[in-house]
Design a protein around this ligand. Structure first.
Ligand code: ADP
Length: 319
């Protein structure tokens, strides 16, 4: 039975509506406030759970995290590996949203960056999903252990590690790299800084960069590269065939675009769930329509985690 572990972050996102972003030394009253559950680990685990996967989230919160953990569990995520860290607060994003649409964000990593037990436990798991919102040493320890155990590992490097870290990264331990077009460019820059024709479209630029990354010395040729390109859809470099090529799939049509927050996390979570469903030998192209339809439903609704759809709604739209 396929079983996935997400080792990642949990945040509480706090949104303050303001006439303008607070200036140094200034105090102003907010005109609105809302709170939601966030963190890429939480969002992606929730998406995998909503997609019907058997998924466990390994993460850390403070004593103030009970509510958010309950919400994550309601998406079908096993939260028995979420630890409450004494004397720490749950990771926080304090988001100032100005009347003119400008954002300003303070991130407090809180419990996400508190020391963990250091123990890597992958017993019984077939799949591992990682982002980059926990200490890098933890991410690396999980990656190396999964590589050794032959567990299929999906990595969504956000936020992006430094060029030095990327250049020395154990790429051969992962199976699938999921990035957006900006992240793809950042990773490639760690290996190859040959400039591309400035006139290329987002899609053609990403295709060229995926080929360059696949062939780069220091990257691993065994890693499938999946690049989401926002409203344009997704590009997949499946490395299973004899002559791997980049395949393009346009985004599923959203009925209305309300809020694109969480689209990338929906893709990653659904991707792992579909891998588990279809089996690791299935061509990646078979997983993509469900992932894209899930993303389209996410952008139709406000919020991040709250907007991630259930599998049944995704299937109904695909039918
Ligand atoms: P990220 O949030 O990581 O930058 P993207 O913006 O690339 O991720 O979005 C992930 C996926 O969500 C895309 O591949 C696409 O399928 C879908 N998506 C994003 N924006 C839109 C949109 N405006 N309309 C329809 N689908 C979208």
């Amino acid at each position: 039975m396929p079983k996935a572990l997400v080792r990642g972050s949990i945040n509480i996102d706090e949104f303050y509506l303001l006439p303008h972003i607070v200036r140094p030394g200034e105090t102003i009253a907010s005109t609105g406030f809302s709170r939601s559950t966030g963190g890429k680990g939480a969002n992606q685990a929730y998406a995998a759970g909503r997609a019907g996967a058997n998924v466990v989230l390994d993460a850390q919160v403070g004593a103030d995290g009970a509510e958010v953990v309950k919400l994550i569990a309601s998406g079908g995520v096993d939260v028995s590996r979420v630890r409450v860290i004494d004397g720490e607060v749950t990771g926080r994003a304090i988001i100032q949203r100005a009347a003119d649409g400008e954002n300003s964000i303070v991130l407090h990593p809180g419990a996400n960056f508190a020391a963990s037990s250091g123990k890597v436990d992958l017993e019984g798991y077939t799949h591992l999903l990682l982002q980059n919102e926990i200490p890098l040493d933890d991410t690396l320890a999980y990656l190396r252990a999964s590589g050794k155990a032959g567990i299929k590992t999906v990595y969504n490097p956000s936020p992006m590690p430094s060029r030095e870290v990327l250049a020395a990264f154990p790429w051969d331990c992962l199976s699938y790299l999921i990035v957006n077009e900006g992240e793809l460019a950042d990773i490639l820059a760690a290996f190859d800084d040959t400039p591309l024709d400035a006139k290329l479209s987002v899609k053609d630029r990403a295709i060229a960069q995926m080929h360059a990354l696949h062939g780069a010395k220091g990257f691993a040729k065994t890693v499938a590269i999946v690049t989401t390109i926002g409203p344009d859809g997704v590009l997949v470099f499946d490395v299973k065939g004899a002559h791997p090529e980049v395949a393009y799939s346009p985004a599923a049509k959203a009925r209305k675009v309300v809020d694109t927050t969480g689209a990338g996390d929906t893709f990653a979570g659904y991707f792992v769930a579909m891998l588990m469903d279809k089996g690791d030998d299935a061509p990646i192209a078979e997983l993509i329509p469900t992932c894209l339809q899930a993303c389209a439903l996410t952008v139709e609704n406000p919020g991040a985690l709250e907007s991630i759809p259930a599998r049944a709604d995704v299937e109904a739209r695909l039918a």
